[in-house]
Design a protein around this ligand. Structure first.
Ligand code: ZN
Length: 427
């Protein structure tokens, strides 16, 4: 199953490289299957779809996907409170539940007897991990499912897992040395912590530590951190993106062009206000549908922001790709009665590559909200007035609220700044 061609590893090469027509027919079939299955077997979906006036027979294919409501995390939480433990989303025979996972907030999730989800296995292969590798899994095995999902994925690719979990760095450094561990799964920051621990113990990072490849996730991976780890340990670090409810939604291959969307998940990027898909190359919220027949998630919102990449990747994978995750849809600020989300401000600035860094400041004068985009430039622009005017027009166009632009010297905006800083006082 695993292709071991140099630097081009696939979990299932035929599926990952199939042409567009075949792929869309296949996705269509899988979507309809899960939709009908959920409609017929899940109490929660029966309720959700009926209350939205959705008839089973009217959903004929993927083209009708946008008519289905978006499922938010709070909907799931609310339904679990009233219908414990799975909120009626489960479609699994209770006798076939292998584990009940408990996510933060006491959100229960059923685990299959046989895990069928190959999305993380695809991610492992994308990171270059392969049959016969020895991989430490430093994700936490307690309560929540993520470590188990990856554990199963290691089995799928025919490699060996060492279930170390998080913490205990001294012991983990020793384990890596003694067992000649060549693969790592965990957060990038924990990989850095382990590296520093090994150094502190006097281990030679290139001789005593044999790590070759890492699949990291669950937090942002700054390029500077990736570079540091890769050069210190002479290894490659690739990231994957996903959630425990949906599975893996994107992973990097050796080329790092973007996040390849795995074969068995349907990912959309939508306008969070309307639930409609945005065009390729435009920023929006990631919403996904998995094809699980035990705990199906249909159009579940992640709260994460990205875009579908317009380019293709040299590795040969033909499925769609996400760009990196740019942030969360959180704490929108209301300016003159209109919500402004950090992602919308990003969208404005994404049109101006001249901008190095920016921050939106909201103040209030004479009982009127004032929105100022404070920007630092990479280098001086030839006509600053015109440049400011262009951004101001984009602000009005994209945010529908007037804003002004103030150019400040490099270093003015603090390193750890809030994207939208609300300085209004309401006393
Ligand atoms: Zn690729």
């Amino acid at each position: 199953m695993v292709n071991s061609g140099q630097e081009k590893f696939f979990y299932n090469e035929t599926r990952e490289t199939m042409d567009w027509e075949k792929r869309s027919a296949d996705l269509n079939e899988k979507f309809l299957k899960v939709f009908h299955y959920a409609f017929q077997h899940s109490k929660a979906y029966q309720d959700i779809f009926r209350s939205e006036g959705i008839e089973e027979s009217e959903t004929k294919g993927i083209e009708d996907l946008e008519k289905l409501p978006i499922l938010h995390m709070n909907d799931l939480v609310e339904r679990q409170k009233n219908d414990f433990p799975f909120g009626g989303f489960d479609t699994i025979d209770p006798g076939h539940i292998r584990r009940i996972y408990i996510n933060p907030g006491l959100i229960c999730q059923p685990g299959d007897w046989e895990n069928q989800d190959t999305s993380w296995a695809e991610a492992l292969c994308g990171a270059g991990l392969k049959e016969g590798d020895r991989i430490i899994n430093t994700f936490n095995y307690h309560l929540w499912p993520f470590a188990f999902m990856l554990d199963d994925a290691v089995k799928m690719i025919g490699a060996t897992v060492i279930p170390t979990g998080v913490g205990n760095t001294l012991m983990q450094a020793r384990i890596m040395q003694m067992l000649k561990v060549n693969g790592f799964m965990g957060t990038p920051s924990f990989l850095m912590t382990l590296t520093q621990r090994a150094e502190g113990m006097g281990l030679d990072l290139k001789k005593d530590i044999c790590l070759e490849r890492a699949l990291v996730g669950a937090e942002m991976l700054p390029e500077s951190l990736r570079d540091r780890i890769e050069s210190k340990l002479e290894m490659t670090v690739r990231q994957a993106y996903g959630t425990v409810f949906l599975g893996c939604m994107g992973y990097e291959c050796s080329y790092k062009t973007g996040l390849h969307i795995p074969d068995n998940i349907l990912v959309e990027v939508v306008d969070p206000n309307t639930g409609k898909q945005v065009e390729t190359g435009h920023l929006g919220e990631i919403v996904a549908t998995n094809f699980s027949t035990s705990y199906p998630m249909i159009r579940m919102a992640t709260g994460d922001l990205s875009m579908i990449a317009p380019e293709s990747c040299a590795c040969g994978r033909t499925g769609p790709m996400l760009k990196k995750i740019v942030g969360r849809i959180d704490q929108a600020s209301k300016v003159r009665g209109t919500f402004i989300h950090p992602w919308q401000a990003d969208e404005v600035i994404s049109h101006y590559p001249e901008v190095f860094k920016y921050q939106v400041i909201i103040t209030r004068e004479d009982h009127k909200d004032i929105m100022t985009f404070v920007v630092e430039l990479k280098e001086e622009v030839s006509r600053p007035e015109m440049f400011r005017g262009r951004i101001e027009r984009s602000i009005k166009e994209l945010l529908t609220v007037k804003g002004t632009v103030q150019v400040v010297p490099r270093g003015t905006i603090p390193d750890r700044h809030k994207k939208i800083e609300d300085r209004r006082s309401w006393d």
